[in-house]
Design a protein around this ligand. Structure first.
Ligand code: GRG
Length: 297
């Protein structure tokens, strides 16, 4: 079995370089916007979504160079979402990836605009024709997948359910739906984008990849709920205990810590089972399914 830490390090460095190139290519953008975009996007984060694009894409037969654009696009969307999530009108957080949040380091209006610019950049990056050709029709499918996962059908839809959840009584099904949209949709899209870059035509393979990603997406968010109560801010790089402070309903508040851990681990095992039907080269995806529930931040 390959050393996951080394693989993870390699992909983190790779996506860092790709993001840097994409941000440097925005030549007409004012420094006052490029600075916070770089502040937020570079040098931080687990890059889990990018890694999922690379791992799914390689399994689907894509070349690494074909995966750089979709991998950076999902990280750009993710970075935008974190900026907006941290704003005073949302979760009002001051710490992200171990440093002051964007609105604290700059100001609120700059943070809103930085998020907006990153979102637009994601779609620009993914739609561009590169030397490592992905067909125009597959690029359109990628744009559609990413737009759906990011907007009202996905992340933003999940965010509004999450905001309302603090005021209303939430049952388990509503919590699962919130997690599915807010966190799961972009994680699922990451795997699908990898598959599309590989030009997979086998519907069963794509369905399997999607099912795997949906399951690890839920496991990822349950683990986020768990880490919020079990780790400190220094380890997380963001404010620990914020779910409780905001009165949020989480897996831990509904099911308790032990049952939440058990459910996350069960999901990880189920995801690994699904990989059995996706060929022989699934080691990295298997390691990722393990990582989502064993991570410490
Ligand atoms: C459009 C006004 C407006 C707001 C949108 C979309 C949105 C606000 C928020 C998105 C929701 C969000 C932040 C979900 C949380 C998902 C999650 C677990 C984030 C942390 O991801 P990690 O652990 O972070 O992968 P790193 O820092 O490692 O990349």
């Amino acid at each position: 079995m390959k050393d996951f830490e080394a693989t993870w390090r390699y992909y983190r460095q790779r996506i860092e370089g790709v993001l840097e190139d994409k941000l440097n290519a925005t030549t007409d953008a004012p420094e006052s916007l490029i600075d916070p975009m770089k502040y937020v996007c570079l040098d931080g984060g687990k890059r889990f979504r990018a890694l999922l694009v690379y791992a799914s894409g390689e399994l689907a037969g894509a070349k690494m160079e074909q995966l750089d654009a979709p991998a950076s696009a999902v990280e750009l969307i993710h970075a935008y979402s974190l900026i907006h999530d941290d704003l005073p009108c949302m979760d009002d957080d001051e710490l992200r990836r171990g440093k002051p949040t964007c609105h604290v380091a700059y100001d609120e209006a700059t943070a809103v605009l930085t998020g907006d610019a990153l979102q637009a950049l994601a779609f620009s990056v993914i739609s561009e024709e590169s030397e490592q050709k992905i067909s125009a029709s597959n690029r359109i499918r990628m744009i559609s997948e990413l737009a759906n996962a990011s907007g009202a059908n996905g992340m933003v839809g999940g965010q509004i359910l999450d905001m309302q959840a603090t005021a209303n009584c939430v049952d388990f099904d509503q919590l699962r739906l919130t997690h599915k949209l807010k966190t799961g949709a972009l994680i699922k899209a990451s795997a699908v984008l990898g598959g599309l870059a590989g030009n997979v035509r086998d519907a069963d393979f794509m369905n399997g990849l999607e099912d795997y990603a949906k399951i690890i997406g839920l496991a990822f968010q349950i683990t986020d709920d768990i880490l919020d109560v079990t780790r400190n801010s220094a380890t997380l790089g963001k404010t620990a205990g914020s779910d409780n402070r905001m009165g949020k309903v989480t897996y831990v508040s509904l099911l308790g810590l032990d049952e939440s851990i058990e459910q996350a681990e069960q999901l990880s095992r189920t995801a690994i089972e699904i990989l059995r039907g996706l060929g022989d080269n699934t080691e990295l995806l298997e390691q990722l399914a393990h990582f989502v529930v064993t991570r410490s931040y």
